[in-house]
Write a protein that binds this ligand. Structure first.
Ligand code: BTN
Length: 255
């Protein structure tokens, strides 16, 4: 029996997220199990395998069955939630859960990748409609090197590779839900300012040369509204709301 099946997972469940809990062996995307579903705040869907997993920017999210944690969490924020901020909240929660379970340092590459030692271990995809946000979380858990995608944008890793041992995906999911609930509650009460210290500590881009939306410079802090500070090569400072971040080597000249 898989560790994600309700009988195995329910005893691990703590806190308010995970009710109801939907488990599928195979489904196109866990996002679609919750979208337009009418389920309450806190509903969670997981699958052993997705046949049409979605990533950000129209990319696909592929998996080797029963190795990854593929889950979606339905949130109903009390007021219209700024999605870029919520995306960071989820990213921090995933990084916190990874650190707790695997005892390896995990950081957030703005806006929503989670990295271990410069390699992507998890991604977050938020899809919103009519007061509902479905937070998709994909964590590489027990993949071996041969299961991971070839390096296209950023090299990938898994918890198993990073820590040198296999993980119970149910324990990882239970941790993600606890860490997310705590940060989400703080954020609803006081905004990203409540998570300022952790954002700074887990900001993978601080001090790195980056290019976002065609503009190159040195990445700095994540502002309290979730925007990334960049000191451009020509000297002025901009705050970037969203976009794909390209990491540049220090010596690379940008046109
Ligand atoms: C990214 O880094 O591009 C985001 C990846 C998000 C993948 C997860 S897996 C569970 C959920 N269902 C999907 O189809 N996508 C998200």
């Amino acid at each position: 029996m898989s560790e994600l099946e309700p009988e195995r997972f329910f005893p691990l469940l703590r806190g308010g997220l995970g009710n109801p809990y939907l488990y599928e062996v195979e489904t196109p995307s866990t996002q679609d199990l919750l979208r337009d579903s009418g389920y309450p705040h806190g509903a969670v869907a997981v699958a052993e395998h997705q046949t049409a997993g979605r990533g950000r920017s129209g990319r696909s999210w592929d998996d080797t069955p029963s190795t990854a944690l593929l889950c979606s969490v339905l949130l109903r924020p009390p007021v219209a939630a700024p999605l870029p901020q919520l995306s960071l909240v989820v990213g921090l929660a995933v990084a916190g859960a990874i650190e707790r379970e695997a005892d390896v340092r995990a950081v957030v590459k703005w806006p929503n990748d989670v990295l271990i030692e410069g390699r992507k271990v998890a991604g977050v995809l938020l899809e919103a409609s009519e007061g509902v946000v479905v937070c998709g979380i994909g964590i590489n858990v027990n993949q071996e090197e041969r299961d991971l995608p070839p390096v296209v944008r950023i090299p990938a890793t898994s918890l198993g590779i990073a820590a040198g041992r296999p993980f119970d995906r149910g324990l990882v999911l239970a941790s993600v839900l606890v860490e997310l609930e705590r940060r989400y509650t703080d954020w609803i009460a006081g905004g990203l300012a409540c998570l300022e210290d952790e954002l700074e500590r887990r900001n993978a881009l601080r001090g790195r040369r980056v290019r976002v939306a065609g503009r190159a410079g040195m990445a700095g802090a994540i502002a309290p509204d979730g925007r990334l500070t960049i000191v451009l090569d020509r000297g002025d400072t901009v705050l970037v709301e969203s976009g794909e971040v390209e990491l540049l080597p220090l010596e690379k000249r940008c046109r």
